[in-house]
Structures are given as C-alpha cells and as structure tokens.
Ligand binder design. Structure first.
Ligand SMILES: Cc1cc2nc3c(=O)[nH]c(=O)nc-3n(C[C@H](O)[C@H](O)[C@H](O)COP(=O)(O)O)c2cc1C
Length: 136
C-alpha cells in the first residue's frame, strides 16, 4: 500500500463571511480533491471547521497551504501531520462532509497529534453525514 500523508487542522469560520460559503467550499473541494487523488473529511459545527486530508504528500501539502490562506476562515491550527501505509481512514469514501450539532469538536481541538485524529474518526458514525453524489 503506498505511503499516504495525513493532515488534520481546525479553524474558525471568518466573522467576515457566513455559513452560506460552506456549500460552495464543499462543492468545489469535492471535485478538486477527486482530481488530485486526495481523500477528505470536512466537519463543520456552525462555528468551526475541522478537516482531515490524506493523499500523496506534495498534493496534501500544497492543498493545506492554499486552505491555510483562505480568508473564509481564521485561526488555522495544525493538529496532526503524519504518514500511514495502512488503509484509508475514510472507509472507502473520497470526500465526506459532516455537520456537527454539539460541542464534539472541543475534545479534538484540545487534543493534538494522532489522538486528535483518533477522536475525529471515532466520531464519524455520530455525525450527520452528507450522502454525497453517487460513487463519492
Ligand atoms: C474550511 C475550508 C476547507 C477547504 N477545503 C478544500 C478542499 O478540501 N479542497 C480544495 O480544493 N479546496 C478547499 N478549500 C478551498 C481552498 O482554500 C481554495 O479556495 C481552493 O482550493 C482554490 O484555490 P485556488 O483559488 O488557489 O486555486 C477549503 C476552504 C476552506 C475555508
């Protein structure tokens, strides 16, 4: 199994924008990540974004750099960066968008390293998942 870069960050919706921008982010990200072979889990709780990215190292790094500079959010904080040879953490899906209605992201924000990633992926089944387009 090829080595895969894993990256996890948390950030806040910019006060200069509204949650309406999330639909646009998700629509574009789904298409672009697919083309780059990047897998992603994006969680939004109305205030915070938490995103996990996995894929080829250069592609993940350059995407994370673009995202970091995006004015639609602030306080980009890297929680984990590592590599894995194991199976994808996304259970065969390429792009997962999840809405979170409680304070679940508090524990992820307070953790760091692989523990933060474990917490986020462990929450996957509790999230209200967007079914996504067929085959996503
Ligand atoms: C919270 C958040 C998550 C994002 N996730 C992605 C993503 O997974 N893939 C992506 O291509 N763009 C994502 N974007 C958008 C990028 O920041 C950027 O606008 C997009 O990649 C286009 O970059 P470019 O205009 O430099 O080509 C995200 C933006 C935000 C605010």
């Amino acid at each position: 199994m090829p080595e895969r870069r894993q990256l996890l960050y948390i950030s806040r919706l910019s006060p200069h924008t509204t949650p309406a921008c999330v639909a646009e982010i998700v629509r574009n990200a789904r298409q672009r990540n697919q083309a780059q072979g990047i897998g992603s889990l994006l969680v939004f709780d109305g205030l915070r974004f938490c995103q996990y990215l996995e894929g080829e190292a250069k592609a993940v790094e350059s995407l994370a750099e673009r995202i970091r500079k995006d004015p639609r959010h602030t306080g980009f904080t890297l929680l984990h960066q590592g590599t894995s040879n194991g199976p994808s953490l996304l259970g065969g899906r390429r792009f997962i968008y999840a809405l979170c209605y409680d304070d679940s992201l508090d524990s992820v924000e307070q953790a760091s390293g692989p523990q933060a990633l474990d917490l986020l992926t462990g929450m996957l089944k509790t999230f209200d998942l967007d079914p996504g387009p067929r085959g996503a």
